[in-house]
Design a protein around this ligand. Structure first.
Ligand SMILES: [Ca+2]
Ligand SMILES: [Ca+2]
Length: 470
């Protein structure tokens, strides 16, 4: 090939490359807001009658509220790895807090969502808890600008927790002012960024830490909730009588108190109030970001996605915190709004957080990423009633899965035990129908969605050795 032909090929290739990787000013931006450990206790999901979340409720009213959304894994690190890779735990092999994204061999050639957008011309920013371990190792290049990851302040002394509880499980009116909270400072950093102009489209990820424990928030947020009057979940004494006993036994990482410990110390109301206070506080941080976006030059050209990494039990099914395969642990808020999305009724089809990555690619017109295992939600953004065939699948530890369709939840455990709940008549999942022969066909239909193969839990060598020594 002569030199001028090579040059011509290079020029043509270069033009094609620039067309496929650079987008003009009309290319939409993305603001992704990740909340930590927020269950369905928001106004727009109706999970708690007393909760006050005016900012998130307003956001829900501006776009699509996916009211039947579920995490891929009900624990921080693995859920976030799933969202950011668009890949299920049964492929990447992280079912617990241990491994970082960049340590998982199965994700070696799966770019994070942020990396994918950066590779297609976006300026990427991230602040707070987005990936549990941060954008570490080879992932660092995915982020052009950090918005900070300050840890929340903790009081010097124990505030309210009983002496033998984990240090993470404390709560109280601390610090005095919102301006002393890490989440508040982060929201202000985001607001400051949104106040500027950029020549490239941007992908901004911001992760707030509340309402994750410890449940410290300024006093004004506690004052919103009368501790004696707040609604508490109904927890029948017989509820676990029809549930297989195996799951809670394998929950060996959990540091949460048991329901019996919470009751013994008389802490149910205090913890519930502190969780509600933390939710309202984080809602105000979301408000800072949304208000800043609304008055910015980016207001009409930015998609906003808000989600929480998993749900949270506050006594339901005699359980606290996460890691279970029940509704309180898997159901999460998921809101998407922005240009071309008309406000409308909530989408009640079951969807997964791993659908976020393909949805954003779709909305922003980026090429398909063939590694992704979720399904774009654009059809449900156009019309909330559009049916989806695939249920939401949640995995907790190797071999245990929940299949959540629009109306049903089937749970299958590694040893073959099952639970089945009909959400049309039993939204609290009190009546396990798995042993009722009338529901055999429903179970068979749902079982078809169980993973056909499962990646064993990835453990670093040191963890494996520690376990073997036990
Ligand atoms: Ca979490
Ligand atoms: Ca029951």
């Amino acid at each position: 090939m002569c030199r001028c032909t090579v040059s011509l090929v290079c020029i043509v290739f270069g033009m094609l490359w620039s067309c496929s990787t650079c987008y003009g000013a009309e290319q939409p931006n993305v603001v992704m807001i990740c909340i930590d450990d927020l269950n369905d206790w928001t106004g727009f999901l109706g999970g708690h009658p007393d909760v006050s979340t005016p900012n998130m409720d307003a956001l829900a009213g501006q776009g699509r509220n996916f009211s039947n959304s579920h995490c891929a894994v009900p624990v921080c690190s693995s859920s976030r790895v799933s969202v950011m890779s668009g890949v299920a735990a049964t492929t990447h092999g992280s079912y617990e807090l241990g491994p970082r994204y960049d340590e998982l061999p199965a994700l070696n050639d799966v770019p994070t969502m942020q990396r994918y957008f950066k590779d297609h011309g976006y300026y990427t920013l991230a602040g707070g808890k987005v990936l549990h371990h941060g954008f570490t190792g080879r992932l660092a290049e995915a982020i052009d600008q950090s918005l900070g990851r300050e840890k929340g302040r903790r009081p010097k002394d124990v505030m309210n927790r009983p002496a033998r509880w984990s240090g993470a499980w404390d709560w109280g009116r601390y610090p005095d002012e919102d301006t002393q909270m890490a989440d508040f400072k982060l929201a202000q950093n985001v607001a400051n960024f949104l106040d500027s102009d950029f020549k490239n489209p941007f992908f901004l990820s911001v992760g707030f830490f509340r309402p994750h424990v410890p449940l410290f928030a300024p006093p004004s947020w506690f004052q919103k909730y009368d501790i004696e009057a707040i609604w508490l979940p109904h927890i029948p004494s017989w509820d676990l009588d029809d549930v297989p006993k195996n799951f809670l036994n394998i929950n060996s990482y959990a540091v949460a108190p048991t329901h019996a410990e919470v009751l013994k110390h008389g802490k149910q109301r205090e913890l519930t109030q502190a969780y509600l206070a933390s939710i309202s506080f984080v809602d105000s941080c979301v408000g800072l970001v949304i208000d800043a976006l609304r008055v910015s030059t980016h207001a009409k050209n930015t998609y906003v996605v808000l989600w929480s990494d998993h749900g949270f039990h506050l006594g339901e099914k005699k359980h606290w915190a996460k890691r279970t395969l029940w509704e309180e642990s898997t159901r999460v808020p998921l809101l998407i709004s922005g240009p071309s999305i008309s406000p409308g009724t909530p989408c009640e089809q079951s969807v997964s957080l791993i659908d976020i990555y393909p949805t954003l690619i779709d909305l922003c017109g980026l090429p398909e990423n063939k590694k992704l295992e979720g399904v774009s939600l654009v059809s449900q953004l156009e019309d909330s009633k559009t049916e989806r065939e695939r249920p939401a699948i949640t995995s907790s530890y190797f071999g245990n899965h929940a299949i959540r369709s629009q109306f049903w939840r089937l749970i299958t455990y590694e040893d073959g035990a099952e639970e089945l709940y009909d959400h049309r008549s039993d939204p609290d999942e009190f009546q396990n129908l798995a042993n009722d022969p009338r529901h055999e066909s429903t179970k068979n239909r749902l079982r078809q969605w169980l993973p056909k193969s499962e990646e064993p839990e990835f453990r670093k060598k040191s963890e494996r050795e520690k376990r073997l020594r036990k």
